[in-house]
Design a protein around this ligand. Sequence first.
Ligand SMILES: [Zn+2]
Length: 230
Amino acid sequence: MSKFTAIRNSKKTVLRNRAAVVAAGIGVTAALGAGVATAADGGLLGLTSGVGKTVSAQADAQAKAVADAKAAKVAKAAKAAKAKKDAAKKANAWGKPVDKYTLGSTFGLAGSHWSHNHSGQDFVVPTGTAVKSVHKGTVVKAGPWGGGDGPAYGNAIVVRHDNGMYTQYAHLSQIKVQPGQRVGTGQLIGLSGSTGNSTGPHLHFEVRTGPNYGTGIEPTGFLRAHGASV
Ligand SMILES: [Zn+2]
């Protein structure tokens, strides 16, 4: 078989034929030409295989990028949902009326300072300490003379909460809210002091079932039952 026959008989690629022609052109045998062609095929195979790998890698990278983008979107949505849930949880939480304090006279205590048993819980704090609403609600009383409850309370605030309960903050040096105003959990409503019937700076705090004096219940147990650590 001549080298030309070998070329005609070839069913291989154009590249292989070219390789054989090149081989023939430089005077090598058809057999050697076939070997060169095989090498060229091998090169082509390697090349296309390499291209295949590259294309496959690109497809993988694109698929991963799409998957990553989807995952990021899902994570972002989950984060937003959590933030919304946390905000709702925070809005529905109950907190402490002052951040740092020493617990003073407790609810129900019969003492020389009161004509009746103690109607709330005292939080001993320096004058000017930030007093915060323990829960969201609406201010129903704010002013001197206990906001209408009596001179013993000094400057006082009463907030009506959405669950129908009330909280009262007394002996304040300053009042920062007005009746009718909406307040949020932890919102600054006044500064502590020693106005009214008080022997020293402290916050007198009550939890009430109604807006007026005489409806107080034990406040620390109530706050703890609602998640506040007092
Ligand atoms: Zn008190």
